[in-house]
Design a binder for this molecule. Structure first.
Ligand code: SF4
Ligand code: F3S
Length: 398
């Protein structure tokens, strides 16, 4: 971080600077009626997201405004287009700011005007002429079965395209859990041999995973701002996810955490505890073993998020969530940190601080490790405890 902070403090940047008003971004923002104040406010929010003092917001604004307009190539493979949908609903900056102003989207099958051979020519030309300078975003998993025949575009397999385009990119962003870890297409029995980008194109440099189903538009926006500001990728966790977005568990920041600590749980969909907003642990919540900033950034312009709506977290940001986090409505096997046999019912009897510390530091992490390494759970934690609550036959009411 020290070297990258130099970008903001100005150290080592003695080159003469263009006046800010000459920036393409500032001109575009003005043209679209986005005030300088709003832009600075947005950059202040970014500074906070990166755990920098808010005063760095103005420096981020300057760095972003002076950055070259980055070229973006967006590849879509085995996916549902959910990440594109999420991206198009980005509100800070607006979709127009992001797609048309902040980034030069040379290739994106869903939103580009070109089609057919014309589109494929653009992709080839960008990958060749702009090698080493563009950003590649991959949405969807990459099938490797039958020599990649399950997903071909313009006669080329997804695997071939990913190797070529991502191999020549300045940085690659695997958008969503399918691109990051294989996601739903890779769920057992994985008929297409689907892989995430890191596994399909091993050795890829500058790869960052933005997992979740779909990835949160706020996080892709923040990642782009970070890249424009620092000219590098942010610090990543062991799964190549930005720590600013995946550094804490859902459970750490959950608005229902006080109820967990107090032993107050929803027992049945729609019961008084559910309507009151009690903890969803017993209803299958995987927040304790899932890492993402959903409680803070939320969704749809910060309107709400799964747990805020009364539904448990299903762990969509974690590898193999479709296999390892199911059944979604059965709770985690026990409360780690209280002995292997401890059940959630005992938690409320124990000290709040002890629960928080032991759960966060020990048990949840060991379960997560097992999930990630596809190892069997420790003795006593093999099988999820059957949820004693009624099985829902409809979506839970908020
Ligand atoms: Fe929130 Fe789920 Fe943790 Fe309960 S178990 S506090 S609902 S994250
Ligand atoms: Fe996914 Fe859980 Fe967030 S289901 S969207 S990681 S609250």
């Amino acid at each position: 971080m020290g070297a990258t902070l130099a970008n903001l403090t100005g150290a080592g940047t003695e080159r003469p600077r263009r006046p800010l008003r000459d920036s393409w971004l500032v001109s575009e923002l003005e043209r679209r009626g986005v005030s300088r104040r709003e832009f600075l406010g947005f950059c202040g929010t970014m500074a906070t997201a990166f755990a920098l003092p808010k005063v760095f917001g103005s420096r981020i604004a300057e760095a972003v405004a002076r950055a070259e307009k980055p070229i973006l190539v967006w590849l879509e493979f085995q996916d549902c287009c959910g990440n594109t949908e999420s991206f198009l609903r980005a509100s800070r900056p607006t979709v127009a700011d992001v797609v048309l102003d902040t980034l030069s989207v040379d290739y994106h099958e869903t939103i580009m005007a070109a089609a057919g051979h014309q589109a494929e020519e653009i992709l080839k030309k960008t990958a060749k002429d702009k090698r080493g300078t563009y950003l590649a975003i991959v949405e969807g998993s990459i099938p490797t079965g039958e020599n990649g025949a399950y997903c071909t575009i313009g006669g080329r397999s997804a695997l071939d395209l990913a190797r070529d385009v991502c191999g020549g990119a300045a940085a690659t962003i695997a958008m969503g859990t399918c691109a990051a870890f294989g996601g739903i297409p890779a769920a057992a029995p994985n008929p297409t041999g689907a892989l995430g980008v890191a596994d399909a194109v091993p050795g890829l440099k500058n790869l960052v995973n933005l997992s979740a189903c779909p990835a949160n538009a706020e996080n892709i926006t923040a990642l782009v701002v970070y890249y424009l500001t620092f000219k590098s990728l942010p610090p990543l966790d062991s799964l190549r996810r930005p720590l600013f977005a995946y550094g804490k568990s859902i459970h750490d920041n959950c608005e229902r955490r006080a109820h967990f600590d107090a032993g107050q749980y929803v027992e049945t969909w729609g019961d008084e505890a559910h309507r009151t907003g009690y903890c969803l642990y017993k209803m299958g919540c995987k927040g304790p073993v899932t890492f993402q900033n959903c409680p803070n950034v939320r969704w749809n312009e910060g309107t709400n998020w799964p747990i805020g709506c009364g539904h448990p977290c299903i762990g969509c940001a974690e590898p193999d969530f479709w296999d390892k986090m199911t059944p979604f409505y059965q709770h985690l096997p026990s409360v780690p940190g209280f002995g292997m046999g401890s059940r959630v019912d005992r938690v409320g009897l124990l000290a709040t601080a002890g629960v928080a510390a032991a759960f966060g530091a020990h048990g949840a992490l060991s379960i997560l490790k097992n999930m990630r390494e596809k190892r069997p759970a420790p003795k006593g934690l093999e099988e999820p405890v059957q949820n004693t609550a009624e099985k829902p036959n409809e979506e839970p009411r908020p």
